[in-house]
Design a protein. Sequence first.
Length: 343
Amino acid sequence: MRVAIIGCGALGTILGACLTKGGCQVEMVDSYQAHVDALNEEGARVVGTATFTVPVTAITPEEMSGIYDLVFLLTKQIANDLVLPHLLQFIDENSAVCTLQNGVPEPSVAAYVRSERTVGGTTNWSASFLEPGVSKLTQDLEKTEYIFNIGEIDGSITPRIQKIGEILELMGRPVKVSDNLMTSRWGKLVLNACISGMSAACGATFGQVLDDPLARACLCYIGREVKLCAEAEGIKLPLIDGRYSLDSLALDDQAMFEKSQNLFIDMYSIARDGKASMLQDLEKGKGTEVRMINGYVSQVGDKHGIDTPFCDTVVRIVSRIEAGEISYSMENLQYFDKGLFIF
């Protein structure tokens, strides 16, 4: 099977290293020439909660050729309009494109490559890009029940999606094959919108967000907005990592508010040093996916008449950082309307 990973930032680099180490022949595709050169010359180096170096094959998009049987898509959603048209010449009717991007990207991917070639999944681990060729695994995978949750758009359990799961399990941990991908997507959207949104807006690690009472409260209020919007779409939020119930995000009373805060503290106890990929983009002066994550929640809220002031505020803050108007800092907590804090 001919496999490619398109978008080899932190997650893509570690995935490529693990799959290669596990015996899968993978072409790692990235537009950052210095990174491609380092991967080819020195191998993919993984540090953090795991430490190893693996010789890999890396190319730029211009060097792609032939037809790929399976493509893992790990670019930012903001690059889809550029990446996906280019990809079309390298896939055929038997190819599968597995989007592991944040948010709910399957509709936009399928619009280019067709729904019958599109599968997707959530990535349940975190990493940081350190320098060309080097990425840091910031989460202990041994403490993660499922490292990926993947599925077909229509929820069917096909030989294709089971094979993709087997390939991803070369990372050494179980992969869940879901019969309800969109439910899984909304479950991950809670984490993306909450902890990743606040990490980017505040320029903070996950642990720093959790340790600040105001930032931690914002996690709960953002989570409530995602929960309300998911339910309006007919989605009941799933258990996260097979054990964390998101019911407390209803925030019906003080007890549920406290339980919601403890939920985030417990979930991220194994990834306190992690940084949101959106924050890593801001640190590099790049655009972020905030409009596809918190902004997506806001769009669904508008569709159903649900107010989403906390997600709206995250989008405004990150957009201003992108525009150079403000910096990523904990001081940005001042932009959240304190009158909206119920507890």
